[in-house]
Write a protein that binds this ligand. Structure first.
Ligand code: SF4
Length: 189
């Protein structure tokens, strides 16, 4: 499948109830053959309005986090979410909604072919690393799945709500930087 075909299918997808409430599909953004991919849980209000992932306050914080590591959505990473349509009132996407949407993400991963996937928050980590994943315990750890290295960070929204998590996230970002240098150092050149 090509990017254009996938985008078209997503745009016309009615596989779950989130389709009814959204204004725009939030498909993904960044470099389409990046070695590092970031996956959040779902679009918020600003993202829904603009059709672009991570552009609200959490997105601004994510850009700062990316800069610390040497990443930028314009240059060397691709960003998307588990669900592509906004859950109402910014609630968590349900298991059914995640399962309805996950094939689109799997297709995106096949097209991007990343070496590293960074899960932003509990929902992405549970979907991609393991159902029992506890973000408070295992953030910053490295997991191998199908020849891809996975790491989970606290979601930027969680860091906005609770600044006490920021020092440990800074340490996780240093680990991510080292992981990139180990796995695909050319990303940072
Ligand atoms: S959230 Fe995903 S599965 Fe649900 S309608 Fe939107 S694109 Fe389709």
């Amino acid at each position: 499948m090509t990017w254009e075909e996938l985008n078209f299918l997503c745009l016309n997808c009615t596989k779950c109830q989130l389709r009814k409430g959204r204004h725009n599909l939030v498909f993904g953004a960044g470099v389409r053959d990046a070695d590092v991919m970031l996956v959040g849980e779902g679009p918020g209000e600003t993202e829904d309005r603009e059709g672009v992932p991570f552009v609200g306050r959490a997105g601004q914080l994510l850009d700062v986090m990316l800069e610390i590591v040497g990443l930028s959505r314009d240059k060397n990473c691709y960003i998307t979410n588990i669900v592509k349509c906004r859950p109402p009132e910014n609630r968590d996407p349900t298991d059914e909604e995640q399962q309805a949407c996950i094939d689109w993400l799997r297709q995106q991963i096949e097209l991007v072919k990343p070496k590293i996937i960074v899960c932003l928050g509990r929902i992405a980590a549970r979907e991609l690393i393991g159902k029992e994943f506890k973000i408070s315990v295992s953030h910053g750890g490295i997991f191998d799945r199908n020849d891809i290295k996975y790491m989970a960070l606290y979601h930027p929204s969680a860091l906005l709500r609770d600044e006490s998590k920021r020092p440990e996230t800074f340490l996780d970002l240093k680990k991510l930087h080292r992981l990139i240098l180990d796995v695909c150092p050319w990303v940072l050149q």
